[in-house]
Design a protein around this ligand. Structure first.
Ligand code: SF4
Ligand code: SF4
Length: 107
């Protein structure tokens, strides 16, 4: 009998967090209204730049997460994990557009 591999396509967990070396072409943006705060994506980020938003922002005991935009390397792993394992709450945006929309310069 064939056994379905539910984890097929889910990225590997990083062994140790790395650091950003160059400006990424794309970046991850969490849709905080759709994020359940499950934190499934957090340990998969290779540069460990996903964190819960401060409790005060929504007053919720399980707040959504956010990406520290200046550390994101645009690997898209978090979006794949969120889509595969949970909810599809992470958008990938071109860095040029991110800079234009948020008036923030990414190095
Ligand atoms: S996996 Fe998706 S829903 Fe869960 S915390 Fe991460 S972004 Fe939010
Ligand atoms: S795309 Fe997601 S997993 Fe990759 S560095 Fe950015 S926040 Fe981390």
């Amino acid at each position: 009998m064939a056994v379905y591999n539910h984890f097929k396509g889910i990225p590997e967990l990083p062994e140790l967090p790395n650091l950003k070396k160059k400006r990424p072409k794309v970046m991850a943006i969490v849709d905080e209204d759709n994020c359940t705060g499950c934190q499934a994506c957090v340990p998969f980020c290779p540069v460990d730049c996903i964190e819960p938003v401060p409790i005060e922002k929504y007053g919720s005991p399980i707040p959504p997460v956010q990406v520290r935009f200046d550390e994101c390397i645009g690997c898209q792993v978090c979006a794949r994990v969120c889509t595969k394992l949970t909810w599809d709450a992470i958008r990938i945006m071109k860095t040029d557009l991110f800079e234009e929309l948020y008036q923030i310069k990414i190095d």
